[in-house]
Design a protein around this ligand. Sequence first.
Ligand SMILES: C[S@@+](CC[C@H](N)C(=O)[O-])C[C@H]1O[C@@H](n2cnc3c(N)ncnc32)[C@H](O)[C@@H]1O
Ligand SMILES: Nc1nc2[nH]cc(C(=O)O)c2c(=O)[nH]1
Ligand code: SF4
Ligand SMILES: [Mg+2]
Length: 261
Amino acid sequence: MPVNTDASGLDAPEEVDESALPINEVFHSLQGEGRLAGVPSTFVRTSGCNLRCWFCDSYHTSWEPTHGWFDVADVVEQVETHGGDHVVVTGGEPMIHDAVADLLSELSSRGYHTTVETNGTVFRDTAVDLASISPKLATSTPTAERPPAGGDADVGVWGDRHERDRLDYDALASLVEAYDFQLKFVVTSREDLAEIESLVDELRAVSSARIRDADVLLMPEGTTPERLAKTRGLTAELALEHGYRYTPRLHVDLWNDAPGT
Ligand SMILES: C[S@@+](CC[C@H](N)C(=O)[O-])C[C@H]1O[C@@H](n2cnc3c(N)ncnc32)[C@H](O)[C@@H]1O
Ligand SMILES: Nc1nc2[nH]cc(C(=O)O)c2c(=O)[nH]1
Ligand code: SF4
Ligand SMILES: [Mg+2]
């Protein structure tokens, strides 16, 4: 499915019904991140996000959302053309959309293994085989010194909103209690480790789920092999220091994070 260039925002046209989703792209690739890294998977990328990480590798779903509106049935049809049995629903933030719950249960009823890539701020009761949760750390917040990587959008209003909304322990607790999960943190700085440790401790305290250190994955920040070459050493070091897991970004190593990969 081609990327739609309607960048006018996320308001659905009048004629679009509630079962429609803003879709940025559907493509087949290898899962590049996390404990299913290397598994051939079809990716459904919704558009629109409630946060604005400065480093967002999907700028065209957050800072400048582009999309077309498609019914759940059309999206499922697109997925079926790619074959395979693993689907990754990502974004943008897929869980902000009501219709994503229908998409996931429809995919599941057709026998697909479903992963949701989510920032962990919204819980939905649906069919998720792996909740791949990436809570956002203080170092993700856009500032004048850390403007968005993809363009020159104004960080003022979004900096405050991102900082206010990036962590929701009720949503995080519901996600880890309801689903098999991984907690996948983007690392940009040594100071991230203390925040990750206290966040995981707090989540252990407020949820009934068992959270093992092996469920916590540290991922280097970067959308190019050159940038990853700079961030992965520190990320591996912090993973070893605490006993957390390290995850690579295979799609960046292999394909430079090009669209459709
Ligand atoms: C684009 S996000 C979409 C899903 C959801 N909004 C989220 O942030 O989890 C997919 C994954 O890419 C990660 N990510 C985004 N930009 C990144 C970057 N520059 N380097 C490393 N990981 C990044 C996110 O943390 C998340 O795990
Ligand atoms: N190959 C590949 N693996 C991925 N894992 C998570 C991705 C995402 O953008 O959510 C992603 C992606 O964009 N491409
Ligand atoms: S939460 Fe995810 S999609 Fe939203 S800005 Fe951050 S990385 Fe991008
Ligand atoms: Mg990506």
